[in-house]
Design a protein around this ligand. Structure first.
Ligand SMILES: [Zn+2]
Ligand SMILES: [Zn+2]
Length: 559
């Protein structure tokens, strides 16, 4: 098939951007970008034109015309191929983010050494863009928003974004009639860390009002009905599915949609006729009829929850109210936005008993990591604040980089001075599994390590994270009395919830850590709790569900 105008324009545009990124002759850059712009509005089919005709088009010229001809004839432009080969794939992806030009991307790539969109997003959260030339807090916020928009483009969305959509739509609908409600179901009801299909249920009597309210140009311009389900799509391709029920089938529809296929499959092994014809009774009763313990919605994945329910051994799940404090947070001492005192005051305001401050350690130079002198200066400030407020306690922590060889980046003398140490990998993330395991094992075996931070370094929907042998790492944590964090940032949610049960069975403590870089970051703990519930974490095994004295004892026992 002949190449379309759109494809030609896309190639020329990319070529102009890459030439600018690689600082080629500005005159050449301008001529190719200009041609791309002009041809974007050109009505006739370019593939049918001769070179002479092409170069006669306004804004094109001879040299660009020859590139277009090369593309039409061979399907590629040699010069463009070369430029692409000199640029990391993730950096090329950044060019497709509208509003982020080659000049800024050059700084991001060359100065900040960020090579993927996911890393760039996380850098915004960790305030790494603020310091770079030509950037500031405002630009950083803009970049973050641009990327968020880009993320939601791809169909799958983060749990946090799905929850925001849920809230927004329900607010809108309740303004029409407070009886209307979209109830979350399927992946969203199950607290999945990534939502591949965003589904709700609603009463059939509100069908028209719902359609009328949300199927609008500015919300979901495209919509369709299929099997009594409204499928609506937003301009950035986020799809939602609203299933309608009647009074007489509410429970059976909800039960079927809430659970994963695997869960239903395993239930039908217990009683196939019951699952084939789910009665319209509430879910408590359905599990009663199956003769097993009630399984909370978020756990209905078909892993081992049914075995636990059969033996009536499901744990009591951790709740938000169980959390007594917040560990692993940053302040202006390293790359946070708010001062230590502000971070402490806000944490206290939220009703928590303590804050574990864990600014970056000295080798995290990009994050203004703490030199030994600054560590001790921070400790003096913490002691002062603790003396000032008897009702709230700040634990002296650090997020110590795990260096390439697995060692931590302070001497024992300095490591000894902290109440607790979160050991995390932030550099050389491109490791194979053997290397990653070795590196983590050495850090876990360090007697000063209290907790392993974000074990795989993954950024959901953005970066896979380095491969680790989870069982091996968790076993080592058990052997060395090291806890593992569930990093509650909605982009991380790492430790993965699928490993919680294994960790608990080995007696490993977990901690719901927001890794807050500003005050509002504490609120991320709710996402950590959501996935922790999915993995059946109980409060007995959650470090920050300990009260202040219990936790102080725990830290002391490690010393
Ligand atoms: Zn970290
Ligand atoms: Zn951190």
């Amino acid at each position: 098939m002949a190449i379309t105008n759109k494809e030609i324009v896309k190639s020329l545009k990319l070529m102009g951007q890459l030439m600018e990124l690689h600082e080629e002759n500005p005159f050449k850059v301008k001529s190719i970008s200009n041609a791309a712009y002009k041809l974007g509005k050109y009505a006739e089919n370019l593939a049918d034109k001769s070179t002479a005709e092409l170069s006669a088009i306004e804004g094109v010229g001879k040299s660009v015309a020859s590139k277009i001809e090369e593309l039409i004839k061979t399907g590629k432009i040699e010069e463009l191929e070369t430029l692409c080969s000199q640029t990391p794939e993730g950096v090329i992806d950044m060019l497709s983010i509208k509003g982020l030009g080659p000049k800024k991307i050059q700084i991001i790539w060359k100065t900040l050494e960020i090579e993927t969109v996911g890393e760039l997003y996380y850098a915004c959260i960790e305030n790494r863009l603020v310091e770079a030339k030509g950037f500031g807090l405002k630009t950083q916020e803009e970049v973050k928003k641009l990327i968020e928009f880009n993320f939601s483009n791809k169909g799958s969305i983060l749990l946090s974004n799905a929850m925001a959509i849920d809230e927004e739509l329900n607010k809108l609908l309740s303004e029409i009639d407070h009886h209307i409600q979209l109830e979350k179901t399927a992946e969203l009801a199950r607290n999945c860390e990534v939502i591949t299909k965003l589904e709700f249920i609603a009463h059939e009597k509100f069908k028209e009002q719902i359609q009328h309210t949300i199927c609008r140009d500015e919300l979901f311009p495209k919509s369709d009905f299929k099997d009594n389900c409204l499928i609506a799509e937003s301009a950035n391709e986020t799809k939602i599915y609203i299933h309608f029920y009647k009074d007489e089938n509410y429970h059976s529809i909800k039960f079927k949609l809430d659970a994963s296929e695997n869960h239903l499959q395993k239930l039908s092994e217990i009683n196939s006729s019951l699952i084939e014809n789910i009665p319209n009774v509430n879910d408590t009763e359905i599990y009663q009829q199956l003769g097993i313990a009630y399984i909370p919605v978020m756990m209905r994945e078909g892993l081992n929850e049914i075995e636990y329910a059969k033996e009536n051994k499901l744990r009591t799940l951790l709740q938000n109210e169980d959390l007594k404090g917040s560990l692993h947070n940053h302040s202006t001492w390293s790359d946070g936005i708010h001062s230590l005192e502000d971070m402490a005051n806000y944490c206290a305001e939220l009703g928590y008993q303590y804050l574990g401050i864990c600014d970056h350690s000295k080798s995290a130079f990009y994050a203004n990591g703490l030199s030994e002198d600054r560590v001790f200066a921070q400790h003096r400030e913490i002691e002062k604040l603790n003396a000032k407020n008897q009702n709230f306690y700040i634990f002296k922590g650090i997020e110590s980089d795990i260096l390439n060889d697995g060692s931590l980046d302070y001497s024992d003398e300095v490591l000894k001075s902290f109440d607790f140490i979160v050991a995390s990998v932030h550099s050389n993330l491109k490791m194979d599994e053997e290397k990653a395991n070795k590196r983590l094992l050495k850090a876990i075996e360090n007697p000063y390590t209290t907790m392993l931070g974000h074990p795989t370094g993954r950024l959901l929907l953005a970066r896979k994270g380095y491969p680790i042998n989870h069982a091996l790492i968790i076993d080592a944590c058990a052997a060395n009395n090291v806890a593992i964090e569930i990093n509650a940032n909605p982009l991380r949610l790492d430790l993965d919830w699928r490993w919680i049960d294994y960790a608990l069975n080995k007696g490993v403590y977990l901690s719901i850590n927001p890794d807050a870089h500003k005050k509002e970051g504490y609120h991320d703990m709710k996402y950590g709790v959501m996935v922790a519930q999915k993995g059946a974490l109980s409060k007995e095994f959650c470090l920050n569900a300990f009260d202040k004295d219990q936790l102080a004892n725990y830290f002391n026992s490690k010393k």
